[in-house]
Design a binder for this molecule. Structure first.
Ligand SMILES: Cc1cc2nc3c(=O)[nH]c(=O)nc-3n(C[C@H](O)[C@H](O)[C@H](O)COP(=O)(O)O)c2cc1C
Length: 196
């Protein structure tokens, strides 16, 4: 069982990562056999979508853009039992994370357009969301990430506390530690429910 985190921040040890690590720790506490990993967008080279249309996803989920790290992320996502995506508010979301979501969303859309059979690679994978900001509302970030999750047919893991879509570290991360612990537990429960 693997829980994959994606840190969209360009700071690998910032507030987003603190919450991601808290989710991982809490999930591991509930299931010590769980493997956890956090992909750092700051360490990955992801080029933006080139809107190639007729060449997009000619083979299932294969992007025409070569020479970057998309395949690494795709492989990690496909083998994950659950995912948690974290992003700071950079007016909207960071450019490199935007590039990743563009590419993944296109591959999913064109998977359907090409008429490939069977579930899409990310379909039904439980996915939790985290956003942090220096003080502004993180809702636009969570809404953007939730749209992505729904578009690629992952299963959003909602929280019982406001803003429900995910964790909002508005003004940092300190008030959100409990939510991060709760999200870690919910992700483990969601994996277990899918496997039984
Ligand atoms: C380019 C950029 C734009 C930002 N825009 C906003 C913003 O509009 N509102 C806000 O409250 N914080 C903004 N921030 C602050 C970050 O959201 C905040 O410092 C957050 O904790 C960074 O996450 P990290 O610690 O994981 O890197 C911005 C930061 C950067 C680098």
């Amino acid at each position: 069982m693997q829980l994959l985190g994606i840190n969209g921040s360009m700071r690998k040890d910032g507030n987003t990562n603190i919450l991601l690590e808290t989710v991982m720790k809490s999930a591991k506490k509930l299931n010590p056999k769980l493997k956890t990993k956090i992909l750092q967008m700051s360490k990955l080279n992801i080029k933006p979508c080139e809107s190639c249309y007729e060449k997009c996803c000619v083979k299932p989920c294969k992007c025409v853009i070569k020479g970057d790290d998309l395949e690494i992320v795709c492989d990690e996502l496909k083998s994950a039992d659950a995912v948690v995506i974290g992003s700071p508010l950079y007016f909207n979301i960071p450019a490199r994370l935007t590039a990743l979501l563009e590419r993944l969303t296109c591959l999913s859309y064109f998977y359907q357009v090409r008429g490939f059979k069977g579930p899409e690679p990310l379909e039904n994978i439980p996915c939790g969301l985290i956003s942090v900001s220096a003080g502004n509302d993180t809702m636009p970030v969570l809404q953007h990430l939730l749209n992505f999750v729904l578009f690629v047919k992952m299963k959003p893991i909602l929280l019982k506390t406001y803003p429900y879509m995910g964790i909002s570290g508005c003004g940092g991360y300190k008030d959100s530690i409990d939510e991060a612990k709760a999200l870690g537990e919910l992700l483990v429960k969601s994996i277990t429910a899918q496997k039984t």
